[in-house]
Design a protein around this ligand. Structure first.
Ligand code: FES
Ligand SMILES: [Fe+2]
Length: 341
């Protein structure tokens, strides 16, 4: 892992889940990142984040990406429950031998119903999110639950993937049959600290008509009536069309160069009572289209040459790539330990 990636991973809060994904006691999520596994687990109502390594001899508690179950290590039966590591036949160990036994836990914090984890964050989550805290908390309250979970090893540096997510110049060439169908126009961006919100009008009249028709089924007052994204520095992105569902994407660094760990989740918004069946097909198709869009982005990101220098001072950015240019300036300043732009 590069020193910059280590600084970002250690020093910042990371958006990793929505509360609804961990609502049930025993619910867990497992994500990959440069440190191995990151597990989020509902431990008798408490959400805990840990490294998935059994403190006995290293067995992994969970191997699936998500599910519901007890944190019990299949090797010798050590488990974690009620905030404690439980050891079978603990009395047979020498006195004091188990005193220091603990999971490697990470810090957690909430922005509304969005869960963040931190290793050694340099500031509070509120300070890190700045003006993005309130809008993020608001949309988190629109979300009812997860409809799709799509994780894969991304064949590009996280920075290539995030830069791709931060501009729409590539949409017509890379997503002609998916994202381009929205006909995005009048794009605008708002910076809040290191985070940035983007809005674009949907101008394709057929798509727009279809989207407007759906508004009576969803309980999403005040959602942006167009395409909306928020980049949550450094590794997460949330996007939505009309607020009917939210796509939570994480681009976590990998210990392997030119690789990253991608995960996207389709989080559906609250549906008005009685309309679940009416919108099921729409949400299924949103999940399918999102998967296709991420496959398209993955293919183009994997094609970026490993010899292209992401850190060069000579990189050129179009007006539509202003968010990429700003990220480049922020990361350059961090690397050179200068004040952030
Ligand atoms: S390695 Fe987990 S119980 Fe032994
Ligand atoms: Fe894209």
């Amino acid at each position: 892992m590069s020193p910059l990636d280590a600084t970002l991973l250690n020093g910042f809060w990371h958006l990793v889940a929505h509360r609804s994904e961990l609502a049930e006691p025993g619910a867990f999520l497992r994500l990959d990142w440069a440190l191995g596994d990151l597990v989020l687990h509902n431990d008798e109502g408490q959400i805990v984040a840990f490294d998935n390594v059994c403190p006995h001899r290293g067995g992994r508690f969970f191997v699936e990406d998500h599910g519901v179950g007890r944190a019990i290590c299949p090797y010798h039966g050590w488990s974690y429950r009620g905030g404690q590591v439980r050891v079978p036949l603990a009395k047979t160990f020498p006195p004091g031998a188990l005193d220091k036994v603990a999971l490697r836990r990470f810090q957690t914090a909430w922005c509304g119903d969005f869960l963040f984890v931190g290793i050694a964050p340099a500031q509070t989550l509120e300070a890190q999110l700045a003006g993005a805290f309130a809008p993020l908390a608001k949309v988190s309250g629109h979300i009812a639950g997860r409809r799709d979970f799509n994780a894969f090893a991304f064949q590009a540096d996280w920075r290539v993937a995030v830069e791709n997510a931060l501009e729409t110049d590539h949409v017509n060439a890379v997503h002609p049959h998916t994202l381009a169908q929205l006909g995005l126009k009048e794009e605008a961006t708002v910076h809040d600290g290191l985070n940035v919100t983007y809005t674009g009008h949907v101008t394709d009249s057929r798509t727009l008509r279809g989207l407007k028709t759906l508004s009576r089924f969803f309980d999403v007052d005040g959602a942006y009536p167009g395409y909306w994204t928020i980049y949550v520095f450094p590794f997460a992105m949330v996007s939505s069309t009309f607020g009917y569902s939210y796509s939570l994407q994480t681009f976590l660094p990998s210990a392997t160069p030119r690789r990253s760990h991608f995960c996207s989740r389709l989080l559906a918004s609250k549906i008005k009572p009685g309309y679940e069946a009416a919108v099921a097909a729409f949400l299924d198709s949103s999940a399918r289209v999102n998967r296709q869009i991420f496959d398209e982005d993955h293919a183009i990101c994997a094609r970026v040459s490993p010899h292209y220098d992401l850190t060069s001072a000579d990189r050129v950015f179009s007006p539509g790539e202003a968010r990429v240019a700003r990220l480049h300036a922020i990361l350059t300043a961090m690397t050179q330990q200068e004040d952030l732009p």
